[in-house]
Structures are given as C-alpha cells and as structure tokens.
Design a protein around this ligand. Structure first.
Ligand SMILES: *Cc1c(COP(=O)(O)O)cnc(C)c1O
Length: 403
C-alpha cells in the first residue's frame, strides 16, 4: 500500500491538539458535549419543580415552540420527545404508510431509515453528492426516471410494485444539502418533501432555515446536538393544518373536553415534557454565543490544516450558512481502501490518547436491516464514507480562550 509522503497520522493529531488542547485517557475530549454554563437552565428547571408542572402540559413547552419559531422563521413548531419520533410523525403526516417507499440518503444516522421502517414503509436509498454529503438531486431525478411510473394516478416503483411516497433528505453535520434542487425534483413528481434537519438548527440555504423547504422538517435536541433538552425533537412547518394535526396526534388525539376522555384517531404519546422544554428555552437564549464559538472553532481547524496535503476540511456550501455542528475531515487519497486504512490508524491512535474522533456512520445500506432495500448506484456514498472523520466540535472548547 502506498501512502502519501506528505501525510502522517502524527501530524494530523498534532494539528487537532493545536486547536483543542491536550487530552488523555483520563481527560478525554469528546465529539460534542452538552454545556449549560452561562444559561438560565437551573432557574427554569427549578420553576418546573417548584410549580409541579413537569410533564407535557406546561408553559415552557409553548414558550419553547414560540422561541423556535422566532429563531427559525417557521410559522409553527411542535416539540416532541425526540428526533426519531419527530421524523416518524412528519412522515405519517405527509401520508407515508405501510409498504410505501421513501427516498433516503445512505449517509445518515440510523434514525432516518428507522423512522421510515417504524411506519411499515421501506427506505429506498439515493446516492449523495460530495460537496454537502447530502442526497444528490441528479441521482434522485435519474432514479425516478428509471423506476417510477404513474398507475391510476399513484406513483409506483415498477420494480417492486410499491407506492413511492416521499423524499427525505438529510442536512449532514449541519451543512445544508441541495434541498432547493431536491424540491424541484420532488415537485415535478408530485412527491412530498420531508427534511431531516436534526443536525441543522440555525443552518440556512439562500436565507431559508433548513427544514422549511418542503411540507415539514424535523429537529433533534439529543445530548450531542447543537442545543439539547436531554432528549427532544421538533417539527417545523409553515402549514397550519399540518401543525395542528401534528399537535393532536402527538397528544393521543384527545378531543378537547374538561373531563371526557374521547380520542378520534390512533394517536401517539410523543409530546415533550415541560422540564425538557425549560432546558430548550435556556439553550436557545444562548444560541448566538454557541454559533459564534462553533464558527470560530471551524475556522481554527481550517487554519490548522491549511498547509497539510492529503487532508481537507469540509467547507460551508455556497449560498449557505452552516451551524458547523461537526467539523469534518476528509482524507483525500484517491483509493478508498487506503483511506480506510489511514482512518482506522487515526482512530486507533487518537482514542488511545483520549481524543475521541469519530468515523462517519456505517452507510445505512450496509446495515443488516436495510441491506436488501432498493437503491440507486451508491458510488459516492461508498467512496466517501471510508475517508470521513468528525473532529471534536463542542463550542465550549473555545470558552475561556476567545469568548
Ligand atoms: C440525531 C439525529 C436523529 C435522531 O434524533 P434523536 O433525537 O436522537 O432521536 C435523526 N437524524 C439525524 C440525521 C440525527 O443526527
């Protein structure tokens, strides 16, 4: 195996340490950690405990939703218990059901495909493009051309006989995918667009917040995301009827009445509890400081790696504002198997010294539950995934130093 002379594992680690400081097994540096310093989190959670309003009815829930609308520009936000549930609910709301197919990119967290499967539907993988790592509009269009046909007004995959029900792109690591172009393809075929914006709070394409390009988008507030409510998620939409239905279905579809328990639909118990929403409000109030720190951290990494051949950092896509959720390093050596070898050396060395780098997810079409799903050719996903690594990206890595 020939490995580029300009590249060695030690010089990569040295550069990471020059940005984030030193680490050891006893004092590791994680990928992305929660941080409540400088926020009102204690006060707001204490209010929940003092008043007894800890569960899903409570004023912090509606306040968090209001603040999310202000931050994102969405007309409506509906907060739920996690990002996976948000996706499942969003897909259900646009009509995805049993035996349908949903177009999904293979480079994502497993929740994207799981949410499809939770409804009894089946993921259909569409390749990604290299610049954003998001679903490729050309690959989507070509795939539809080759497999889709209208039968009695219903769009069907002629190879499987299943209805094609939605397009579900993902904004990977906070970088907006080419969702405007994906939307054109979805519109052309009459397909609803649902965006997995779990990682993309405060990321924008052409001034529009991620999640607001199609029918509905979803966020996650899991512990490692830009802001966290412990666990949590949200649906964002400009569609008032859809938002109303989302709220109804996520609260057991109970019809309003002072004492009667009547329900008019098989609903879910998906609502976010008040305690979690209180954490969300506290974090959202601090969002500008976090975004600034993350942007600066990304710039420090860019500077640190500028002169090293064999590696590059993923950059903010043109026309976009990224939240820089996870800074991503690409090993540029041509051969994916050489890249994989280097990547594994880097992971091994860094974890031994408490620097917790992370490879990108195993592509979803290689997981046993999804390896027989239909797909477009997945060449980009398969040649990119072995060469991508996430670097420690907590905004507090810069606290004290620069803020
Ligand atoms: C985090 C994440 C989810 C799921 O969110 P949870 O809140 O963990 O259920 C879904 N999709 C992507 C791309 C994610 O990163």
């Amino acid at each position: 195996m020939v490995i580029s002379a300009s590249f060695d594992v030690e010089s990569v680690l040295e550069r990471i340490h020059s940005v984030v400081g030193s680490s050891s097994v006893n004092q590791p540096i994680s990928l992305h950690e929660p941080d409540f310093s400088g926020t009102q989190a204690w006060t707001y959670v204490k209010d929940c405990l003092d008043t007894g309003w800890v569960s899903t009815a409570g004023s912090w829930v509606s306040r968090f939703e209001k603040e999310l609308c202000i931050t994102t520009g969405a007309k409506h936000a509906v907060v739920v218990s996690n990002g996976t549930v948000a996706l499942r609910l969003a897909l259900h709301l646009v009509g995805v059901g049993f035996h349908d197919e949903v177009f999904v990119p293979p480079l994502s967290f497993v929740a994207t495909a799981n949410a499809v499967a939770h409804l009894g539907a089946v993921p259909h993988f569409i390749d990604v493009e290299k610049t954003t790592l998001g679903m490729c509009p050309v690959a989507l269009s070509q795939r539809l051309e080759s497999i889709a046909e209208k039968r009695n007004g219903i769009l069907v995959n002629r190879e499987t006989g299943r209805r094609v029900a939605a397009v579900l792109p993902v904004h990977v690591f906070g970088n907006p995918c080419q969702v405007d172009r994906l939307r054109l393809v979805a519109d052309f075929w009459g397909l609803p667009l649902v965006e997995d914006a779990a990682e993309a709070l405060c990321s924008y394409r052409e001034g529009i917040h991620c999640g607001l390009f199609g029918s509905v988008g979803t966020l996650s507030f899991n512990g490692n995301k830009l802001i966290t409510t412990g666990g949590g998620g949200a649906l964002l939409t400009n569609d008032s009827a859809l938002a109303k239905h989302a709220r109804h279905l996520s609260t057991t579809a109970k019809t309003p009445h002072p004492w009667l328990f009547n329900h008019d639909y098989v609903g879910w118990n998906d609502r976010m509890p008040n305690i979690n929403a209180a954490l969300g409000v506290a974090q959202l109030e601090d969002i500008d400081r976090r975004l600034k720190a993350k942007r600066l951290l990304a710039k420090h990494y860019q500077d640190a790696f500028a002169d090293l051949d064999g590696v590059e950092l993923l950059s903010e896509p043109n026309g976009c504002l990224s939240n820089h959720w996870l800074v991503t390093l690409r090993l540029t050596t041509h051969d994916p198997s050489v890249a994989l070898h280097l990547r594994d050396q880097l992971l091994d060395r860094s974890h031994n010294s408490g620097l917790l780098l992370r490879p990108i997810w195993t592509p979803l079409h290689h997981l046993p539950m999804f390896d027989s799903c239909s797909s477009s050719p997945l060449l980009v996903a398969d040649t990119e995934s072995p060469r991508l690594l996430n670097l420690p990206s907590s905004p507090q890595l810069l606290h004290g130093k620069l803020l």
